[in-house]
Design a protein around this ligand. Structure first.
Ligand SMILES: Cc1ncc(COP(=O)(O)O)c(C=O)c1O
Length: 393
């Protein structure tokens, strides 16, 4: 049958009917272990009772009013997010790209207020910030930009995890007003920078009066073993963007700002019809409460360690494995050649994984994954990798 959906996705030959925790079930009730969480969205797993309860109860009262009126759940969510992050205020939207659009607007406004007519933002090679025109222009992947020129101006690109390159860019361009960066690159291949990279960027931002804008859309909400990844570095950014796991599947994005960045927008300067509506905020409030109650963020560190050590043990004799790296439950297994085929091979074994940057297997399992599921994940995946590299070698 002809599909009437625009062919923007290369879909796998599977559909799911329901989920339960780390499991997804197809229409014939076959069970699949989800080691991807809808790409870092369902951090609490599927059909979590607390989220079900929150959105059912909220939907009985109100789904949407408008940002023309007060929204108590949105106020409460902003209180919790600022308390947990150390930021000052929040703009709510519906997706990661929109959260980054808000950040880009903040940077431009900051520049204009400093008298810079053509403000520019430093962005990184191999970054991913979204698919809207500004965010695809900020993204460091020519495939994402292909066919969509002219790109939005005002981005200066440097290699990731390279402070010297940032210093050179700053010396060459007096229009730079901000740095937009992922604390760990997700789409770019689970690239974990040097431990003090983000601290050094913070120092440069202080020195040059720039906004440090962290895209925590993939790393945030407990994924790396802290509520936000920058909390590993003991610094605080000026702007921080969230989406994905904030609503555990109910669309919600947020752009958090602090200090001078929190004072840039005024009434009428930005907005969103749906952003922060009562339903989305009820889901996000339930996410935050559940993460705390179940001590899930702390457990992400220990679970990530178990997975990395397990994979390390099973793959230790496989010399096609270049690296196994993780921060909490953000895990990359880099092979020495392109391995996208592994996604289908894993699916055949009822395991959901992903491959980024062609050679890196990406695992983003839900934070509620248990020890037995971890064992199953490690054994199944290492078996698949070992078989695959043996046959393709
Ligand atoms: C780091 C990062 N930023 C931004 C985005 C874009 O988010 P969305 O698809 O919700 O617009 C993503 C999505 O993968 C992401 O990983």
């Amino acid at each position: 049958m002809t599909s009437h959906i625009m062919p923007t996705y290369n879909r796998l030959p599977i559909t799911f009917d329901r989920g339960e925790g780390a499991w997804l079930f197809d229409e014939k009730n076959n069970r699949y272990l989800d080691a991807l969480s809808g790409i870092a969205v369902c951090n609490l797993g599927h059909a979590h009772p607390a989220i079900q309860h929150a959105i059912c109860e909220q939907s009985k009262k109100l789904i949407h009013t408008s940002n023309l009126y007060g929204i108590p759940g949105q106020e409460l969510l902003a209180d919790k997010l600022t308390e947990k992050s150390g930021m000052d205020n929040v703009f709510f939207c519906n997706s990661g790209a929109e959260a980054n659009e808000a950040a880009i607007k903040l940077a431009r406004k900051y520049g204009h207020e400093k008298g810079i007519e053509n403000p520019a933002i430093i962005v990184m090679e191999k970054s991913f910030h979204g698919r809207t025109l500004a965010t695809l222009s900020a993204t460091g992947n020519s495939k994402v930009q292909y066919g969509f020129t002219p790109l939005v101006e005002g981005f200066v690109r440097v290699p990731y995890n390279n402070i010297k390159a940032v210093e050179i860019a700053l010396a060459q361009n007096k229009n730079i007003v901000a740095i937009l960066v992922e604390p760990i690159q997700g789409e770019g291949g689970i690239n974990i920078p040097a431990p003090l990279y983000i601290n050094d960027l913070r120092k440069l931002c202080d020195q040059f009066d720039l906004l440090l804008m962290l895209d925590e859309i993939q790393t945030g909400i407990g994924r790396t073993g802290k509520f936000l990844a920058f909390q590993h570095n003991d610094i605080i950014p000026d702007v921080c963007t969230l989406a994905k796991a904030l609503g555990n599947g109910v669309p919600i994005g947020a752009c958090l700002a602090r200090g001078k960045a929190a004072e840039l927008l005024s009434s009428g300067s930005h907005g969103s019809t749906f952003g922060g509506n009562p339903l989305a905020c009820s889901a996000a409030l339930a996410v935050l409460a559940t993460l705390d109650e179940q001590n899930l963020i702390k457990s992400a560190t220990q679970k990530g360690e178990l997975i990395r050590l397990g994979l390390g043990e099973h793959l230790k004799n496989n010399n096609h494995v270049v690296d196994i790296r993780n921060k909490g439950l953000m895990i990359g297994i880099e092979l020495d050649s392109p391995c996208a085929e592994l996604i289908k091979l894993a699916l055949q074994q009822h395991l959901l994984i992903n491959v980024t940057n062609e050679t890196t297997i990406r695992l983003l399992p839900p934070l509620i994954i248990d020890d037995q599921q971890i064992e199953l994940l490690v054994e199944t995946l290492s078996g698949i990798i070992n078989n695959y590299t043996e046959q393709t070698a």
